[in-house]
Write a protein that binds this ligand. Structure first.
Ligand code: ATP
Ligand code: MG
Length: 506
C-alpha cells in the first residue's frame, strides 16, 4: 500500500485515486470542516481555560468541536478519592493526589503480585484488547506497534460514533510521557470456579508480558496500596470529555447511594463507599459538555454555582434515603463548560449562566456552509476518509464518488440559500456516505463509486418524497394505503381534502 498523505499534499484533489490515501490530521480540531471561528475560539478556550457556547443547527459539528477541545487540553493531573472519616462516618474525607503520587503508588505494588504470562498464553481476546494480538490476522506483536506488522491493520480500536476514538486511545496511552501503545492498559474478565462462583480476573500490560491477577492477588494489591477505607471517586486516567445530559440531578451533581442498613458498621456498606461523583466532578480539569443547555431548566443554577466555586459538595439527593445525611464537602470540579443549543433556545438559557459564559468565554454561531473552493473540496475528501474510518464497516471512496458528494454538498448549500458553497450539515452527509458504502458492500465491491453515491441519494429521499414519486402526489399515496374510514379521520384529510358540506354552516 502506498504511504498515506494529508489532503493538503495534493495540489488538486482530483489527483487522488481513493480516500484511502488520505492521512487524517492528528489534531482533532483539524478534522472539523469549516467552522473557522468556532475552532479558533475552541483553541483559545483550551489554552486560556475559557467557556464556550456554540449555537446552531444540528449535525454541523458542535459536539465534535467540544470533544476536540477536550483533547487539546493537558491530560488530567489529579485523582480524587474519598476516605473513611474515623470520627464521623457520614462526613467522608477528601484526598486529592497528583499523577506522580498515583504512579508511585502503582509502581510500588505492581511488581509484587500476580502472574506474568507470555502474550500467546493469555486468552486471545485479552491479548487483542491489550494490543498484543491483531484482531484481523491474529499475529502477535508488541503493543508498541500501532499497526500489525503482518497485515498492516491498525491495532487501536476505533469505536463507532466517537469521532476521535483513535486519537483518544493514543492520548490515554501516551499518558505520563510513556510511549504510545496499542490497546488498553487493563482488561477485566470473570471466570467461573469449580464451585460455581464467579471470580474477577484482571489482565494488565506489563512491558512485553501480560500480568494476570486473580481475586487473591487483587486483594493483596489493594492491601498493599492501602486502598482499604478509600474509594476512587474520579480516576486519574479518565476521559477529559464529559457529556451531561441533564436527565437527572444526581447524574450531574453526584449522589450518595441508599443503604438499607443505614451505613451500619457491620451490616451496611460504609458511607464513603456509597459516594458517587457527578458529571461536574468527572469533568474536573476537562470539558463539561452540555447539549441543549436550555433543556436543563433549573439545574442550570447548580452549574452556575459549580463554575463560580470550582468545587461542589456531594450529598444524597433522595431525602428518604440513608444517603441524605452523608456529605462530602468541596469536591473539586474545575471544568471548562462547553454548551450547545439551537437558535430558538437561546432565550431559555438562564441569564446569569449566560453572562458567566460570556464573562469568561465566547459565544459562537456555527456556520451551515463553507465556500466552495479547492481547499474545501479537498476537505470534503478528508471528511469521507474520516467517516469511513469512524464507521469501520464501509470501504473507502474513489475520486468520482467524492465529486458526486461534493455536487450534493453544493446542492444542499443552495437549499440553505447559499450559492458557491458546500453544506456543513455534515451529519446528514455522513449518512449518505454510509448508505453509499452499504450499497458497495452489498455489491461486494471494495470501493465506493459515483454510481453507489447516486443510488444512495435515491435511497436517502425522505419518505414523503418517495410517496410523491410513486403515486404522483402525497394524497394519492395516502389513499392507496388507508381505508376510507381511516382516511377521513386523518388530520391530513381533514385539513386538505375534506370538503365541508353546506349543512355544516347552516
Ligand atoms: N464540521 C464538521 N466537520 C466534520 N464532521 C462533521 C462536522 N459536522 C458534523 N460532522 C459529522 O457529523 C457527526 C455529528 O456531528 P456533531 O455531533 O458534532 O453535530 P452537532 O452540531 O453537535 O449536532 P446536534 O446539534 O444534533 O447535537 C460528527 O460525528 C461528524 O461525523
Ligand atoms: Mg451534538
Amino acid at each position: 500500500m502506498s504511504e498515506k498523505r494529508p489532503v493538503e499534499h495534493w495540489s488538486d484533489v482530483t489527483e487522488l485515486a481513493s480516500t484511502g490515501e488520505i492521512l487524517l490530521p492528528s489534531d482533532p480540531l483539524d478534522r472539523v470542516l469549516g467552522q473557522n471561528e468556532a475552532i479558533q475560539m475552541a483553541k483559545i478556550a483550551a489554552t486560556q481555560r475559557r467557556n464556550l457556547l456554540l449555537v446552531g443547527p444540528p449535525g454541523t459539528g458542535k459536539s465534535m468541536i467540544a470533544q476536540a477541545l477536550s483533547l487539546n487540553l493537558p491530560v488530567p493531573n489529579h485523582e480524587i478519592r474519598v476516605v473513611k472519616n474515623p470520627e464521623n462516618s457520614e462526613r467522608p474525607l477528601l484526598e486529592v493526589l497528583d499523577s506522580k503520587e498515583v504512579v508511585r503508588e502503582e509502581d510500588l505494588t505492581a511488581e509484587t503480585v500476580g502472574t506474568l504470562l507470555e502474550p500467546k498464553k493469555a486468552p486471545a481476546n485479552v491479548a487483542e484488547r491489550l494490543g498484543f494480538r491483531c484482531k484481523k490476522c491474529g499475529a502477535y506483536s508488541s503493543p508498541h506497534d500501532l499497526v500489525c506488522p503482518e497485515c498492516q491493520t491498525g491495532k487501536t480500536s476505533a469505536a463507532v460514533n466517537a469521532p476521535f476514538a483513535d486519537l483518544f486511545g493514543s492520548l490515554m496511552e501516551s499518558f505520563n510521557g510513556q510511549p504510545t501503545l496499542a490497546g488498553k492498559d487493563r482488561v477485566n474478565t470473570t471466570r467461573t470456579l469449580p464451585d460455581g462462583t464467579e471470580e474477577t480476573i484482571v489482565f494488565e500490560r506489563a512491558g512485553e508480558y501480560i500480568r494476570m491477577l486473580d481475586q487473591k492477588s487483587l486483594e493483596k494489591r489493594s492491601q498493599l496500596q492501602g486502598t482499604k477505607n478509600k474509594k476512587i471517586l474520579v480516576k486519574l486516567r479518565r476521559n477529559p470529555f464529559v457529556m451531561a445530559t441533564g436527565s437527572s440531578e444526581t447524574e450531574l451533581l453526584g449522589d450518595v447511594l441508599h443503604d438499607p442498613y443505614g451505613g451500619h458498621e457491620k451490616l451496611g456498606s460504609p458511607a464513603y463507599e456509597r459516594v458517587v461523583a457527578g458529571a461536574i466532578h468527572e469533568a474536573h480539569e476537562g470539558v463539561l459538555f452540555i447539549d441543549e443547555i436550555s433543556h436543563l431548566g433549573n439545574l442550570q443554577r447548580y452549574i452556575l454555582t459549580a463554575m463560580q466555586d470550582k468545587t461542589f459538595p456531594i450529598t444524597g439527593h433522595n431525602p428518604q434515603s440513608a444517603g441524605a445525611s452523608v456529605r462530602v464537602d468541596a469536591v473539586p470540579c474545575d471544568f471548562i463548560l462547553v454548551a450547545a443549543c439551537n437558535i430558538q433556545d437561546i432565550e431559555n438559557i438562564l441569564s446569569p449562566l449566560r453572562s458567566r459564559i460570556i464573562g469568561n468565554g465566547y459565544e459562537v454561531l456555527v456556520d451551515t456552509v463553507m465556500p466552495d473552493n479547492s481547499e474545501n473540496r479537498a476537505k470534503y475528501a478528508q471528511f469521507v476518509a474520516q467517516e469511513v474510518q469512524k464507521d469501520g464497516r464501509i470501504p473507502h471512496a474513489d475520486i468520482h464518488a467524492v465529486e458526486e458528494l461534493i455536487k450534493e454538498g453544493r446542492r444542499r448549500a443552495k437549499l440553505d440559500e447559499q450559492s458557491n458553497s458546500l453544506t456543513l450539515r455534515l451529519r446528514e452527509m455522513g449518512g449518505l456516505i454510509r448508505a453509499a458504502g452499504d450499497i458497495a458492500v452489498v455489491d461486494g465491491e471494495d470501493i465506493i463509486t459515483a454510481e453507489h453515491v447516486r443510488r444512495a441519494l435515491k435511497r436517502a429521499m425522505p419518505v414523503e418524497e418517495q410517496i410523491k414519486n410513486k403515486y404522483g402526489s402525497y394524497t394519492k399515496g395516502l389513499s392507496k394505503d388507508v381505508s376510507s374510514a381511516q382516511k377521513e379521520k386523518s388530520q391530513y384529510y381533514f385539513q386538505n381534502e375534506h370538503v365541508p358540506d353546506d349543512s355544516m354552516f347552516n
